[in-house]
Design a binder for this molecule. Structure first.
Ligand code: UDP
Length: 245
């Protein structure tokens, strides 16, 4: 299919990417500028070619996860705050890469840090989207005891996105009947219901996020973020992943 024949499946989306998507598998770099630039370029090209509004939620797991510190004896709320700050570092790296690729971008942080990013204000975020800017939601929800899956779902709902895109970096390109890395007979679902995901305890996102999406009727599209060309195909509704609804 050539570029011209693509049309967007949705007009406003939130893309959730794990912090580890920005890291290097080949070295110890927590943020690999080459990988970040490649992803940013793909995201910007897809957004522009399909003419849609895009917000991004990035995790912080390449730098810090709350659970890591908790195991080391750091109080959970403090450790989670460290994790939220890690997401801000990733958001700044992404913003830089988007803008290098010609895409105006705003970072909206759930933790106030006026010198670094603007505070998250829903109506302001909506205005950015309407003006064609990419919005990166940083610092999760600003509350401990969550991962970034839940604020990704929450923000998606708040801004009226039609879908939450969950870009994976593990090589698993959707929801499978079993773990495809272990079971060669595992098959990928094109579509699956929230009820089935919950009943079968399929590890797609955090349970809190899945439940939120189910309760609020927000579909999730799971696809492999790292496969070149996939972002545009996912946004265009090609069958490169699994739709949960
Ligand atoms: N976090 C939090 N509240 C939030 C979002 C994130 O406390 O609303 C913390 C939590 O400790 C989490 C860390 O930030 O482990 C990094 O986010 P996440 O684990 O989702 O990163 P990812 O795995 O997506 O890279």
């Amino acid at each position: 299919m050539d570029t011209a024949s693509y049309s967007p499946r949705w007009s406003r989306v939130v893309l959730k990417m794990s912090g580890e998507a920005l890291a290097s598998s080949a070295s110890d770099e927590t943020i690999d500028a080459t990988i970040v630039d490649r992803l940013a370029k793909e995201i910007v090209d897809a957004k522009n070619q399909l003419d849609m509004e895009l917000a991004v939620v990035v995790g912080g797991g390449n730098i810090w996860r709350g659970a890591t510190g908790q195991h080391a004896g750091i109080e959970r709320s403090t450790s989670d705050t460290m994790g939220m700050l890690a997401t801000v570092i990733n958001a700044l790296a992404l913003q830089e890469a988007f803008e290098k690729n010609g895409q105006p971008t705003r970072v909206c942080s759930a933790i106030q840090m006026a010198e670094v990013a603007e505070p998250y204000i829903r109506r302001r975020a909506l205005r950015h989207l309407e003006k064609g800017r990419i919005v990166i939601f940083a610092a999760g929800m600003g509350n401990p005891y969550f991962t970034t899956d839940t604020p990704a779902a929450l923000r998606a709902k708040e801004i009226g996105a039609q879908v939450l895109l969950k870009g994976t970096h593990s090589g698993v390109d959707g929801v499978y009947s079993a773990d495809p890395r272990v079971d060669t007979n595992a098959s990928r679902f094109d579509e699956i219901s929230f009820t089935e995901v919950l009943a079968k305890d399929l590890k797609v996102m955090d349970l809190t996020a899945i439940t939120f999406c189910k309760d609020n009727n927000l579909p999730i599209y799971v696809f492999d973020l790292m496969m070149p060309g996939n972002i545009k195909m996912a946004l265009a509704g090609e069958k490169v992943g699994t739709l949960i609804k």
